[in-house]
Design a protein around this ligand. Sequence first.
Ligand code: ADP
Ligand code: 5GP
Length: 187
Amino acid sequence: MQPGRLIVLTGPSGVGKGTLLRSLLQRHRELYYSVSVTTRAPREGEIDGKHYYFVSRTQFAEMVKNGELLEWAEFAGNCYGTPRKPVEAQIATGKSVILEIELEGARQIRQSFPSALRIFILPPSEAELERRIRSRGQDSEEAIARRLRRAKEEIDAANEFDIQIVNDDLETALARIETALFTPASS
Ligand code: ADP
Ligand code: 5GP
């Protein structure tokens, strides 16, 4: 059996990665979404084990120490990481796995999984990015400011990725991701 593919989706907070992913996973049941571990507190409506595994700093440090994370990074004051085992197991059974992670983690994957397809999602403009973060209505002013500062750094690194897709019109962006994932490379 052919091993599955590792797909990395990165882009500034609020650009719409979660929204794009939800649609993508609904349309393509064969894709496996890797649920991350985080020390961030759950937002309203977030479910442990579905959106994230919510853990303490101590538990997170233990996972890092035991090599249980494929990659991890600190983002806006919290730690986030990808549990290694489920990703490796799904890939071994031929499933494609999607990680939705920030820039530092994507850089680690480039080293450890050079064959991964890495996609960067860009906002149509900085103003629209700020509007989307605010419209989500779930971050404090301080968290919004930190996320916007980090967004600029991430956008500057967009060219490190295999593909850049602007999330202006949602359907158009989705169609571009589908093309990147499902169009066989010409030989
Ligand atoms: P991320 O997962 O990248 O942090 P979200 O998926 O939470 O971002 O989206 C942030 C906000 O932007 C949400 O309110 C979402 O509905 C909105 N949004 C996402 N994509 C679009 C789009 N193409 N056009 C307008 N609003 C969008
Ligand atoms: P949020 O707090 O908005 O859910 O996520 C903040 C950032 O952390 C987003 O850019 C998201 O992509 C990233 N993130 C989520 N899970 C992981 C992970 O497992 N590893 C890394 N490196 N980043 C992650």
